[in-house]
Design a protein. Structure first.
Length: 154
């Protein structure tokens, strides 16, 4: 007989971000602007055993559902993450994050001379050169950004 362990408690309503790449749970909370000062329980689990990833992180945010822009930001750091919307203790919606081939308006170019960083009304645009490890190429100046460059922006 095997014993199952419940690592974190269930939430009544909110969002569970599961299968976060190990070590990135705090980055995900920073992206979402979760500080712990607002109402609602926030649970952060790090280095939890996972059949799929070996180890994973998880974030549960009570009383909040993510918008598509927030999901896209999470995809930059946690390409295997799943987003579960919880209502009345039940999963009512589940989606896998998907890193699109092109990223618009989420991050800024690391090149200070890029036109997307000027006073011109130009939205930053990147192409995903590589998903793992993450590598983005700026549409305008060709500057290559890696995960560390992106993390500095959140």
């Amino acid at each position: 007989m095997t014993k199952k362990t419940l690592w974190v408690a269930k939430i009544k309503d909110g969002t569970v971000i599961d299968h976060i790449t190990s070590g990135h749970a705090l980055d995900v909370t920073r992206i979402l602007g979760v500080t712990g000062r607002a109402q609602g329980v926030v649970t952060i689990a790090m280095n939890v055993p996972s059949k799929m990833l070996g180890v994973k992180d998880m974030v549960k945010v009570e009383g909040r559902e993510l918008n598509s822009s927030e999901v896209d930001k999470i995809a930059l750091l946690a390409p295997h993450a799943s987003i579960n919307i919880i209502r009345n203790y039940k999963v009512v919606e589940k989606q896998q994050v998907k890193l699109p081939d092109a990223i618009r308006g989420i991050v800024c170019c690391a090149n200070p001379s890029c036109i997307s960083n000027s006073d011109e009304p130009v939205e930053a645009r990147f192409y995903v050169e590589c998903r793992e490890p993450l590598c983005l190429r700026c549409h305008y100046c060709g500057c290559v950004m890696e995960k560390e460059d992106i993390l500095k922006q959140f």
